[in-house]
Design a protein. Structure first.
Length: 132
């Protein structure tokens, strides 16, 4: 049976990386104590989700700068003016599949789940799906 739990993320800058591991874990724990693969989805087109280092805050700043730097020098046509955010969202991805055991995410020592805002500040949703 497919179950889901949604929580909100509030961002405060145009580009911002927030570590949401504890929010995802809380949502997962409310649905299962079992083993499986969770799917975590951001139902938006100008943000993304990923996994990376959760130890040194400088990494978040460095990655945010690097994201800005990889946007191609394309003359975008989209009237909303945020095609750079659509482009980065497509590259990084809007979902993640991750294993859990006993209802706990199986993450490496230095890993955290990243919510990547690319066109904030906004209020966003993150949904965790479990199919057990
Ligand atoms: Zn747009």
């Amino acid at each position: 049976m497919l179950r889901e739990e949604t929580f909100s993320v509030r961002t405060t800058a145009r580009e911002q990386i927030l570590i949401i591991t504890s929010d995802v874990q809380r949502a997962l724990s409310s649905m299962t104590k079992g083993d499986g693969i969770a799917t975590i989805v951001v139902p938006h087109t100008t943000c993304a989700i990923s996994v990376n280092e959760n130890a040194d805050p400088d990494v978040l700043e460095d990655l945010t700068k690097a994201l800005r730097a990889v946007v191609p020098k394309v003359k975008f046509a989209h009237g909303e003016g945020n095609s750079d955010a659509h482009f980065l969202s497509m590259l990084i991805g809007c979902s993640l599949s991750w294993p859990y055991r006993g209802g706990k995410l199986i993450l490496g020592t230095w890993q955290g789940i990243y919510f990547v805002e690319l066109d904030g500040p906004r209020s966003r949703k993150v949904t965790v799906y479990v199919n057990e």
